[in-house]
Each structure stands twice: as structure tokens, then as C-alpha cells.
Write a protein that binds this ligand. Structure first.
Ligand code: NAP
Length: 250
């Protein structure tokens, strides 16, 4: 095992997570690329990183399940070494609808995938990073959403509320571990070109809405990844409990 710094990116196989995994690998991190079921895109990304001389492992795990999260962190301990960065990025949304149409199953699925998963990964990261427990410190970056502020009415209030919970998690945890060598920060992307919008039933959603964005365009996964990387780097060494909105002015 080398002395390389180690980062885990949940949901790292595509979209914002893939761009994030790439920027960490390009900057010398050994990266654990976690994905849930889409092995093909994750594999393509891993090949790309390796072709550029980067170091990564692919790790299938459903981060909404405690047993999978425990397994993921144990494998990283064994194969890559002590983690210094966790990027909590994995997330889902469902078909656009009004609240009256939301079943308990749907709401619970959103919460377990978008909130429980972040809590579980934070817990395992803190256990390893905290100087109070003999760790070397580290950084956690949570991927929330501009939806936490807007509420996503008529589309997915459940999703927006799950991201509100991530903002609160970020604030609370940042204070809890601030004196233990761990910084916890958050990005709130706006409309970013990824496959996620198709899951809501509207693949071209950004093009419908972009005239409402002050910058008049959607964002790119690389633009979010660069902010995540900055928040994880020493360049932001005095920032904790902070939120960076990447919304083109919305
Ligand atoms: P995406 O393209 O749909 O990718 C989502 C990723 O999360 C995939 O790699 C997926 O794995 C993974 N994932 C989902 N549930 C998982 C689970 N239970 N366990 C492990 N992995 C899981 O989404 P994205 O747009 O890049 O979104 C990334 C993050 O940014 C999310 O938290 C999202 O809420 C947030 N965000 C996105 C936007 C936007 O406009 N795109 C705006 C604001 C915030 P598989 O590939 O295996 O399916």
C-alpha cells in the first residue's frame, strides 16, 4: 500500500460523481469509485482513469444499506488505506409529481437513498478520520442541491426535502467534529447536465428551464467537481460547515 491520499466518491460511476472521481485521480488520489448497479459506465471511467496513470478501484455497494456501507469502507481500508476524503454524492430522484400523488414507499425510498446513505457514510468516515479516535483527520463534502432552497414544487418536494436534510447534516456534523481534524462542507448544484433529469421523466428539463437561470445555461459535471475538489483541498483549509451554491445565479 502506498502513501497516496485516498478518496471515496459515492455514486462515482457517472454524472457529477464520475467527474469528481476523475479530478481526484488526476490530482494524485487513490479513488474508490462506488456505484450501485451501472457497472458498465463505472468500468469505462476506471479504464479512462487508469489510462491517464491514475489509481482507482471500482466498488459496487448500495449505500442506502448499512451492510454494504460497512463492506465498502472495510475494502477501502484493506486495498487503499486510510481515507482522507469522502464525497457523499450518490442520489436519486423519481418521476415528477405533486405531493398528493406520493406514496409512502416512494418517500421512504428517496429518504433512505439520499439521507440515510449520507449519514452511514459520514459515520464510517468519522470513525476513521477523527483525531479523537487516533485518525489523521480528513474532509467530507456532501452533495446537496439548490432544490433544498427552492423546494421543487410540482416536481419532487420529497427530493428537495431530502437535500434540506443534507444541509442540516452538514451543519451539525461540521460542528461536532471541527476540533477533531475533520472539515465538513457542502455543494449545492443547480441544473447540471446529467442523466438524473431523465429519471424524473424529463430528459430535456434543463433546456426548458435555462432561460430562468441568470447565466442562461445549465452547468457541467466538471464545474461541480472542481468546487468539490477545492472544498476537499488544503486551499479551503479554514472552511467548515460551508455551502457553495453552483447554480448559475439562481
Ligand atoms: P446521476 O447521473 O443520476 O448519477 C447518480 C449516481 O448515484 C450513479 O452513479 C448511481 O449509481 C449512484 N447511486 C444512486 N443511488 C445509489 C445507491 N443507493 N448506492 C450507490 N450509488 C447510488 O446523478 P447526478 O446528476 O450526477 O447527481 C449526483 C448528485 O448530485 C446527487 O446527489 C444529486 O442529487 C445531486 N444533484 C444533481 C443535480 C443535477 O442537476 N444533475 C442538481 C443538484 C444536485 P449507478 O450508476 O450504479 O446507477
Amino acid at each position: 500500500m502506498s502513501n497516496q491520499k485516498v478518496a471515496i466518491v459515492t455514486g462515482g460511476g457517472r454524472g457529477i460523481g464520475a467527474a469528481t472521481a476523475k479530478i481526484f485521480a488526476q490530482n494524485g488520489y487513490a479513488v474508490c469509485i462506488n456505484y450501485k448497479s451501472n457497472a458498465e459506465t463505472a468500468n469505462t471511467l476506471a479504464q479512462e482513469i487508469k489510462a491517464l496513470g491514475g489509481h482507482c478501484i471500482l466498488l459496487q455497494a448500495d449505500v442506502s444499506k448499512e451492510i454494504d456501507v460497512l463492506r465498502m469502507f472495510e475494502i477501502v481500508d484493506r486495498e487503499l488505506g486510510a481515507i482522507s476524503v469522502l464525497v457523499n454524492n450518490a442520489g436519486i430522484l423519481k418521476q415528477q409529481t405533486r405531493l398528493e400523488e406520493m406514496s409512502a414507499d416512494r418517500i421512504n425510498s428517496i429518504l433512505v437513498n439520499n439521507v440515510t446513505s449520507y449519514f452511514l457514510c459520514c459515520r464510517e468516515a468519522v470513525k476513521r478520520m477523527s483525531t479523537r479516535r487516533g485518525g489523521l483527520g480528513g474532509v467530507i463534502v456532501n452533495v446537496s442541491s439548490g432544490a433544498a432552497r427552492t423546494g421543487s414544487s410540482n416536481e419532487y418536494i420529497d427530493y428537495a426535502a431530502s437535500k434540506g436534510a443534507i444541509d442540516t447534516l452538514t451543519k451539525g456534523l461540521s460542528l461536532e467534529v471541527a476540533a477533531e481534524g475533520i472539515r465538513v462542507n457542502c455543494v449545492r448544484p443547480g441544473l447540471i447536465y446529467t442523466d438524473m433529469h431523465a429519471d424524473g421523466g424529463e430528459p430535456n428539463r434543463i433546456d426548458r428551464l435555462k432561460s430562468k437561470i441568470p447565466m442562461q445555461r445549465g452547468g457541467l459535471p466538471d464545474e461541480v467537481a472542481a468546487a468539490i475538489y477545492w472544498l476537499a483541498s488544503e486551499k479551503s483549509s479554514f472552511a467548515t460547515g460551508n455551502f457553495l451554491d453552483l447554480t448559475g445565479g439562481l
